[in-house]
Ligand binder design. Structure first.
Ligand code: SAM
Length: 286
């Protein structure tokens, strides 16, 4: 294990604070500081950014972010057993680490952060996708974050970067690729974690684009995609009936065969369909 700081090795931290992993909190810890340093490097230049970390646990990634020069780190951790270990890191990096004890789904981090902001996390599997969807669908674009560097189960990472015609292609790929650029940058076997999870993991680095790849109203695109993939094996002329019974002419106008299935339709085509459907899906102006 490399010496990224003079704090004790993570195995000692876990033993000292009796941090036995809890499955209900998605606790699979990274104890190799070489590995956490590698993840921190994937996030790019940290020196000019505030970093939001969800689920620091005993602090392996937190330590790597701070040792990697992060301007400030805001770490939100639900498990109060981890606070003593995290406070030791805060003492080591005065004024650079703020720890909030609570559920990341309930806390608005923006009051605690200054732009530019990057999000870096080994996410708890139980709330990872929900947090990602929130970060991808903010009230306005560009979002409050510049980039997301996130550990997911490999299967979720593949859904984020998937292309049309593949089994993994769906809502997550479209929502992510419309306004951001996602790449899988690292793969990790179960044995990299303590305790090892059942499946492999991957780190995805996602950068926010200044503008969407193709024009569309966010809410309309989200609804069209959600309805289309709700019955992904059906032809779009039936899958999209919940939007309007008369869907066929709209599909044709958007350049999509009514007999096509959602999983073969490109992002550009979905955006064209969202624009085509906007007049009937948006409430008429007063
Ligand atoms: N970052 C640490 C690491 O890499 O070793 C721990 C990662 S572990 C996969 C996920 C962490 O998220 C745990 O520390 C867990 O307690 C925390 N957690 C779980 N649910 C949470 C939630 N809703 N809000 C904030 N933290 C949460």
């Amino acid at each position: 294990m490399s010496q990224i700081d003079t704090l004790p090795p993570l195995r000692d931290v876990i033993a000292t604070h009796a941090l036995s992993a809890r499955k209900s909190l998605g606790q699979n810890f990274l104890l190799d500081l070489n590995l956490t340093a590698k993840i921190a490097r994937q996030a790019g230049d940290l020196t000019t950014c505030d970093i939001l970390e969800i689920g620091p646990g005993p602090g392996g990634l937190t330590r790597a972010l701070l040792a990697g020069g992060a301007r400030r780190v805001l770490a939100i951790e639900k498990d109060s057993r981890c606070l003593a270990a995290l406070n030791e890191i805060a003492d080591h990096y005065p004024d650079q680490l703020e720890i909030l004890n609570g559920d990341a789904l309930d806390i608005d981090p923006l009051a605690h952060l200054n732009a530019p902001i990057r999000i870096v996390a080994n996410l708890p599997y139980n709330v990872g996708t929900e947090l990602l969807i929130r970060w991808l669908t903010p009230p306005q674009w560009p979002p409050f974050w510049q980039s997301l560097t996130l550990m997911f189960q490999r299967e979720v990472a593949e859904r984020i970067v998937a292309t049309p015609g593949t089994k993994a292609y769906g809502r997550l790929a479209l929502m992510c690729q419309w306004r951001a650029d996602p790449h899988i940058v690292m793969s990790l076997p179960p044995g990299a974690f303590t305790p090892p999870p059942k499946v492999s993991s991957a780190v995805v680095h996602i950068t926010a684009r200044a503008t969407p790849r193709f024009p569309a109203d966010a809410k309309i695109l989200e609804r069209v995609v959600a309805v289309a993939f709700n019955q992904r094996r059906k032809m779009l002329r039936s899958a999209l009936k919940p939007i309007t019974k008369d869907i066929e002419p709209h599909l044709v106008a958007a350049g999509i065969a009514p007999t096509a299935r959602a999983e073969t339709v490109s992002l550009e085509q979905f955006c064209a369909l969202a624009r085509q459907l906007a007049p009937i899906m948006k409430p008429a102006p007063q």
